[in-house]
Design a protein around this ligand. Sequence first.
Ligand SMILES: NC(=O)c1ccc[n+]([C@@H]2O[C@H](COP(=O)([O-])OP(=O)(O)OC[C@H]3O[C@@H](n4cnc5c(N)ncnc54)[C@H](OP(=O)(O)O)[C@@H]3O)[C@@H](O)[C@H]2O)c1
Length: 238
Amino acid sequence: MKPCILITGGSSGIGKNIALELSKEYSLIFISRDISKIQKVVATLHSPNEHFIFECDLLDFDKLTETMREISEKFKIQAFIHSAGVSYVSYAKNFDFNEMIDCAKINLYSAMLIVKFLLKKNLKPYLKDIIFISSTFSKKGEIANSFYASTKGGLDAYMKSLSLELAPNIKVNSILPGGIFETGMTKNLFDEEQKQQILKKYPLGEGKTQDIAQGVKFILDCRWISGQQIIIDGGYSV
Ligand SMILES: NC(=O)c1ccc[n+]([C@@H]2O[C@H](COP(=O)([O-])OP(=O)(O)OC[C@H]3O[C@@H](n4cnc5c(N)ncnc54)[C@H](OP(=O)(O)O)[C@@H]3O)[C@@H](O)[C@H]2O)c1
């Protein structure tokens, strides 16, 4: 069997393209809340029969614990990629506590719970990489995105300490994408005129989900990189 990569958020956008990029070399284990959607993605991958789906909503921590138990009995996971995420666009004065908790559970706490499982005695020896899909908003302020940014900032702070805890055998890194306009999260946010205005701030022009997937592949292939927030944003943050 090919080496196994556990991935969240594989049903759509950036995660879907990461899956496509990695499906030739790896067997992918998907945690997804929408079985029919993820089945359609798997059908488009290299060697569809070598990938496996586990149904779980990341908001349901009891189910996630049960799912991780099942996965850990069946697979030796070599890498974990957390691409699942939701945005939370709100001015600070309008924050809704329940919505904030849901956003933090998906973007941050579910990743921590999954990692906790992967560090169990019987699984840890197989684990080589942890990669979080964070955001440039983790480093750069953005009006009406402060809560989303804080979940990504939390993810990056967790990543850095974790990289020290888990060295030298496990690399832990984040990728901070700039705006990718073709995903479920972003495709209805802006009209064409607004999009072209925003793209003026991107020296390398428009980024695609493949650009982020290539970053993931780069980290997996690179032996000597850990604890890093790798910005892939076409030069936007410069
Ligand atoms: N697009 C951008 O401009 C951009 C920029 C910076 C960072 N990011 C980050 O990139 C990652 C991927 O986002 P995207 O842009 O590709 O958006 P997307 O197309 O909406 O993908 C989000 C993924 O998260 C999954 N997800 C959401 N809530 C979930 C839940 N409760 N349980 C299980 N899975 C859940 C979705 O599953 P379903 O298909 O079932 O909804 C989907 O697979 C996110 O972490 C996002 O914060 C995106």
